[in-house]
Design a protein around this ligand. Structure first.
Ligand code: DON
Length: 565
């Protein structure tokens, strides 16, 4: 009897151990590499590439294309984003494949005759679409640092689109919602239907023929498969038909820029993150510098002083973001060194009052707590190359329009520009000059793909969707790991707050902050608002004792998962 029990136990253990999908805990372990993304099929695609001998950039390219098929809410070929890459020799670089404003864009594109913002026009119309950057970004990253042939990296996505994969409950819920859209949302209304017009049910195989054809052209012709030839022709034709302004010339002129990362430090750690046109790196480093000055050893996580302090840091970093940041190619004098310096943080820290909230502007509050729909993934390979990649379709499924001949959705990224010069208001609209619209300019982003290193090796690879909340959820997760010594799954799940200077509102994760702390914060002058969730973080840490990578996907992700090998 004893032996029998032991055998069952042993079998259960072996099954559990060898099948990564039955995790022993909320973390996944990988001696040789790891991919953590918003869709488990895409993570598996990335791991297959690593197993075939590809490096972290190869795996990232394959994962990104796979997400464009399996996680269409934000995985994309119609949007843009950023890569932070740390190579095994310790050198760090970044790729900026942020969308650009079309040549026909001008500063008053979204204003009425009186110069007021036409509500919604910068998010919900075809003119809100930016020139896509994703395919160009992945292609350049491959040319510079890839090792396997390009076609091998795109093929898994072609297969997923052509042969299909089972509809998940997560996608099905979206399909139900999208089917109620009106006819102007051409592609989106029918996105999740079969040839008979029926919505694909959970468990049924969902194929995307038009998308697989577009991906095949990208597989065969690389960058030019998207920016020239039939895809470019159809993008222009669609834009013309719908009143959009993107032309073949915009596509032909689109370029990716490899930029120097922003570097900060926190105690023994080096923090590498994205420079402008993302504001993420600047704000993250400014806030970490502020935290380094605080006596965090005596400030308990999630206590009133903790929440107050991080909120005050956020207000300051977001005020600086609003005032100073924009596309560096149009703003050659961005004060990046100053904003990320320890001396600047000291001045900012010294005017924090630990007994009361500083005022931003309290008269109104409302918009701009962007939902999900950007997606982040983290990758590491056996040589220690690490990739932190965030790319986006704004507002879930971008502008929800696109040519059904091409099978992908365009992105309304123009909404990230400041729409009206000089108009900064308590609803969160910003009107500073560095981020006004201009032809070929890149709009300011909050995406914060980040790699933290210790002694020159990747220690934490992290990022998230969530519009402006991205900066703050990444900031708090980094702090949780570096300062509060949390394991990666706990750091990701732990209570987060968000303050973006304007509106003057401290957003917190409902159910995770005690009523007493909320009362105390209100007494100090904070205006609170509870939300169900902040961030969908995808992280990898390195455990130096076990010598293993440890990954975790946020439980807020519908279909996400970490896969290690
Ligand atoms: O680049 C940015 O900061 C935004 N376009 C990201 C958008 C996002 O995360 C969620 N969208 N609602």
């Amino acid at each position: 009897m004893k032996t029998f029990n032991f055998q069952i136990l042993q079998t259960l253990f072996l099954v559990t151990f060898f099948f990564n999908h039955i995790p022993l805990d909320a973390q996944t372990y990988g001696k040789n590499g790891m991919v953590v993304s918003d869709n488990i099929l895409a993570s598996e695609v990335g791991i297959d590439i690593l197993i075939k001998g590809g490096n972290a950039i190869d795996a990232s390219i394959a994962t990104a294309f796979a997400l464009a098929v399996t996680h269409p809410e934000a995985g994309n070929i119609g949007g843009g984003g950023f890569i932070v890459l740390m190579k095994s020799d310790g050198e760090v670089t970044t790729f900026d494949f942020r969308e650009k404003a079309p040549l026909k864009a001008n500063p008053d594109l979204f204003q009425d005759a009186d110069g007021n913002l036409i509500e919604g026009s910068n998010h919900e119309t075809i003119k809100a679409v930016g020139v896509p950057g994703t395919v160009a970004g992945l292609y350049l990253a491959h040319q510079k640092y890839g090792s396997l042939p390009w076609a091998e990296l795109v093929q898994p996505a072609v297969d997923l689109a052509e042969k299909g994969f089972p509809m998940t409950w997560g996608l099905y819920q979206v399909a139900m919602r999208m089917s109620e859209l009106d006819d102007s949302y051409d592609i989106m209304k029918n996105y999740f239907r079969n040839e008979k017009g029926e919505i694909i049910q959970p468990g049924e195989i969902w194929t995307q023929t038009a998308l697989s054809n577009t991906l095949s052209l990208i597989r065969d012709h690389g960058h030019n498969g998207f920016y020239k030839g039939p895809v470019a022709e159809e993008i222009e034709a669609y834009m013309k038909a719908k009143g959009g302004i993107i032309t073949k010339e915009d596509l032909a002129k689109y370029t990716v820029i490899e930029r120097k990362p922003l570097k900060g430090t926190y105690k023994d750690f080096e923090i590498y993150s994205m420079p402008p046109p993302s504001s993420g790196g600047v704000a993250l480093i400014e806030m970490m510098n502020l935290m380094e000055l605080a006596d965090l050893k005596n400030i308990e996580f999630n206590s009133t002083p903790y929440v107050h302090l991080v909120a005050e840091a956020m207000k300051r970093a977001f005020a600086d973001r609003a005032e100073h940041l924009g596309d560096p190619d149009f703003n050659p004098d961005l004060p990046l060194d100053r904003l990320t310096s320890k001396a600047f943080a000291k001045r900012r820290f010294d005017n924090i009052d630990m007994t009361k909230a500083s005022l931003s502007d309290s008269s109104l509050y409302g918009q701009l707590y962007d939902g999900s729909s950007t997606t982040h993934f983290s990758v590491v390979d056996k040589e220690g190359n690490a990739v932190s990649l965030t790319y986006t379709l704004e507002h879930s499924y971008g502008v929800k329009m696109g040519s059904s001949k091409l099978g992908f959705i365009f992105n309304n990224e123009m909404g990230d520009f400041n729409p009206v010069a000089g108009v900064t208001n308590s609803r969160g609209q910003i009107g500073s000059n560095p981020n006004l619209i201009a032809p070929e300019k890149r709009m300011l982003s909050s995406m914060t793909p980040t790699i933290v290193a210790k002694y020159g090796k990747p220690y934490l690879i992290i990022g998230s969707p969530g519009g402006r909340t991205i900066i703050n959820t990444v900031f708090q997760t980094v702090l949780n790991v570096l300062e509060y010594d949390m394991r990666i799954d706990k750091a990701i799940e732990a209570m987060k707050v968000h303050h973006q200077w304007l509106p003057d509102m401290l957003v917190y994760e409902r159910h995770l902050l005690s009523p007493d702390t909320r009362d105390a914060l209100e007494q100090m002058g904070h205006q609170l608002r509870g939300v169900n969730n902040l961030g969908v973080l995808m992280g990898i840490t390195y455990d130096p004792k076990l010598k293993v990578y440890v990954g975790a996907a946020d439980s807020a992700s519908k279909d996400g998962g970490a896969v290690g090998y």
